[in-house]
Write a protein that binds this ligand. Structure first.
Ligand code: R1P
Length: 312
């Protein structure tokens, strides 16, 4: 970021650019597809209308902190694809800073990858959760001198559930089913099915708080997955951002954020397998297109139009 920032509480430069994503009003659309991975973001952006069709250049910007923003049009409607990296704090940067530069309702769909905890979702499936919760490593349990010994008895904290936007989630699931159906047949079942109705969980890390075993570290997580199932029997998968998205959408109290998510199953946590790259190559563009179709058919109040923006 080259320009001086003001306001330690919510830093922005003189033109309103936010600190970490480094975008200002007019550079982010109300409809956002968010991913972790820059390569996934760029490959989905290939579905955007051409610059000639859109009537303006596509806005592409990578911030110094690694957020990639691509704003263009899909079927004539302004859409942003934003790659945020990994983990709950990145989701927090993303939601708060985009909310600060967008007016009107925001519709945000995360398209991620996950580990499946259920036989219903094998490798190559796409899970569309109805909501999600978080698992956090309880640092007090591991500390030398816990501040509150009563709260330090359990190594992991399991939150309650946060619901996804029901209407957008239903449309997303239907679009995915019709898009993936043909691919499922063509690939002899290597891709699909679409699994709906269960819960996602966000781990605060990839390893310990998702129940992965690592003999090099003190984690006390051998029973974690079973403990989680007792609290949330319909958990389908774990990853690191989608539940946080649902949580922050609920907590956006001034302007509405509609949130939904879908994740391709990369890791089979029951059978211990991992997806093959050629399956991902087939899956990602198809899922990306279904997400874009869902976003552009979502009802948005007071939508902005970034067309008039002079993009640098
Ligand atoms: C871990 O490998 C990363 O993959 C998943 C997890 O949530 C975490 O961010 O999502 P993405 O594929 O969107 O990055």
């Amino acid at each position: 970021m080259k320009e001086a920032l003001a306001d330690a509480n919510f830093p922005q430069d003189a033109s309103g650019r936010v600190y970490h994503i480094n975008v200002k009003y007019g550079e982010v659309a109300n409809r956002i597809l968010t991913v972790g991975d820059h390569v996934r973001a760029r490959s989905i952006a290939k579905w955007f209308d051409s610059e000639e069709e859109a009537g303006h250049p596509t806005f592409i910007h990578t911030s110094q902190r690694g957020f990639l923003t691509i704003t263009g049009r899909y079927k004539g409607v302004p859409v942003t694809i934003l790659a945020i990296g990994m983990g709950n704090p990145m989701m927090d940067f993303f939601i708060r800073e985009t909310r600060a530069v967008v007016s009107g309702t925001m519709a945000v769909i995360r398209f991620g990858s996950c580990g499946s905890w259920t036989d219903r979702a094998k490798l190559g499936s796409v899970i569309v959760p109805r909501g999600g919760f978080c698992i956090r490593r309880n640092l007090d349990y591991f500390s030398d001198e816990p501040v509150q010994p009563e709260l330090a008895k359990t190594p992991y904290l399991i939150s309650g559930n946060f619901a996804a936007d029901e209407e957008m989630t239903d449309r997303l699931a239907n679009n995915l089913k019709s898009t993936l159906h043909k691919l499922e047949e063509e690939t002899d079942g290597a891709v699909g099915p679409v699994v709906t109705g269960g819960l996602n969980c966000d781990g605060c890390s990839f390893y310990s708080s998702q129940g992965r075993q690592d003999s090099s570290f003190w984690d006390d997580n051998k029973e974690l997955i079973e403990e989680v199932r007792k609290v949330h029997p319909d958990v389908d998968c774990s990853e690191m951002e989608t539940s946080m998205l649902f949580h922050l959408a609920k907590c956006s109290i001034k302007q509405k954020i509609k949130a939904a998510g879908c994740m391709q199953v990369f890791a089979d946590r029951l059978g211990n397998g991992f997806i093959r790259p050629e399956v991902v190559t087939l899956l990602e563009p198809a899922v990306g297109k279904a997400v874009l179709d869902t976003l552009v058919s979502t009802e948005i109040e007071d939508e902005m139009d970034p067309v008039g923006t002079v993009w640098e």
